[in-house]
Design a protein around this ligand. Structure first.
Ligand code: ADP
Ligand code: MG
Length: 396
């Protein structure tokens, strides 16, 4: 059943508390390095404003330690400033989350106005899911909207205890969460076949539950990235100096057995003398990495093989870069796979922190069906987990 969305809320003259995910990457000085998550919330925010509501926005940012001096870079001021630019309205920022300043700013809020509260994780009650803290926050507003997909897998106060303070009819999800849930529903329950998963990234161990869950659903699972070498090693091949999780060989063997012919490993590799820019590189065919060399990317034949399979797929879910794409010399495979998704006529979804970053970096984010704003939340959803933050939002 679809959830109640912001569309279903009567917001005219109402103060709407929106839990956004403004946990943006920051520069060393605390400025916004990438505003994708702020832009992703704009449809919900503009909807409330255009229908005569006002906005109280709350988010966490980074991992504050609790020491106010050390936590200065985690204040929400640069985020509020960037939001004001993007939304084209003035934005008021309070220096507390539920204290006197926030209470005064919210009490005087008129339709069309926006308040950004201070980083919610500055309050100990947030992580603990403290009901007293939740009561204080809920008292600021008339209705609650969850548009923080990237935080939906967390049971923190602003995600669960705060919406519980509102009558069910005044709780809803925003358009971003709605879109993320729609694509997940396609991936989990209604994929068009052939259904393909492409998995890469750093470690098998991070992705084992996702792999096991997807194996039950997909027609094929293409493997790339550093996890390749743990699988190859588990098959008994030598992998040179490549990254291997030596203590996960049993797990890798179990997955290989479970997957059978569904699982496809790279047929060639780009290897380097060192895992860094400027190193000597060459392409090696077959499953063996020569002694002293590091497997850094999928090779050209693998790119061709995988791109063909992706182009013919009805649904593709991709998580995990195909190589160490942060170094230009090792980015070819990741870029080619991103391009193949972009060229595909099927439903194409990308999730995971670095995977999303890669697709953005190559300018292909608008060419795939969906780039998830949630790393952990996206992967846990694919594992089949359900979240308390969404259970508290009623169905339509
Ligand atoms: P995501 O955040 O998309 O879920 P991961 O966190 O699993 O992805 O992995 C991303 C990281 O894996 C990237 O930073 C990339 O540099 C690294 N990586 C991928 N392939 C290799 C490789 N062959 N050798 C070293 N690092 C790799
Ligand atoms: Mg990552």
């Amino acid at each position: 059943m679809p959830k109640r969305t912001v569309r279903d809320l009567d917001v005219r003259g109402k103060k709407v508390l929106v839990r956004v995910d403004f946990n943006v990457p920051q520069t060393k000085s605390g400025d916004v390095a990438d505003d994708r998550r702020i832009r992703a919330a704009l449809p919900t925010l503009n909807d409330v404003l255009s229908r005569g509501g006002s906005l109280i926005l709350v988010s966490h940012l980074g991992r504050p330690s609790g020491d106010p001096a050390a936590d200065a870079p985690f204040r929400m001021d640069p985020v509020a400033a960037r939001l004001a630019e993007l939304i084209g309205r003035s934005v008021k920022k309070t220096d507390d989350t539920v204290g006197p300043q926030a209470q005064a700013a919210c009490a005087n809020l008129a339709p069309g106005e926006i308040v950004v509260l201070e980083n919610v994780r500055f309050n100990k009650g947030e992580k603990k899911g403290d009901p007293a803290f939740a009561k204080q926050m809920a008292a600021l507003a008339d209705a609650y909207v969850n548009d923080a997909f990237g935080t939906c897998h967390r049971d923190e106060a602003s995600m669960v205890a705060v919406p519980e303070q509102f009558p069910a009819a005044r709780r809803a999800i925003g358009f971003l969460v709605e879109k993320e849930l729609q694509i997940l529903d396609t991936l989990l329950s209604h994929p068009k076949s052939p259904y393909l998963a492409v998995m890469g990234g750093a470690k098998v161990s991070d992705k084992i539950l996702v792999i096991e869950s997807l194996l039950l659903k997909v027609d094929k699972l293409l493997i790339g990235g550093a996890m390749t070498y743990t699988f190859l090693k588990a098959q008994g091949h030598s992998v040179g100096q490549s990254k291997v999780e030596a203590d996960k060989l049993d797990v890798a063997r179990h997955v290989l057995q479970l997957a059978g012919a569904k699982l496809v490993l790279p047929v060639d590799h780009l290897v380097a003398s060192q895992p860094e820019a400027g190193a000597a590189t060459k392409v090696v065919e077959g499953p063996t990495i020569p002694d002293g060399w590091f497997g850094m990317d999928i090779g050209p034949q693998t790119i061709e093989l995988y791109s063909g399979i992706i182009r013919d797929a009805g649904t593709v879910v991709w998580n995990g870069p195909m190589g160490k794409f942060e170094v230009a010399a090792f980015a070819t495979g990741t870029k080619a796979i991103a391009q193949a998704l972009a060229d595909s006529h099927g439903v194409t979804a990308v999730g995971g922190g670095e995977s999303a970053e890669a697709v953005e970096k190559f300018g292909l984010a608008d060419k795939v069906s969906h780039v998830s704003t949630g790393g952990g939340a996206f992967l846990e959803s694919l594992e089949g987990k359900s979240f308390n933050s969404l259970k508290v939002i009623p169905d339509r």
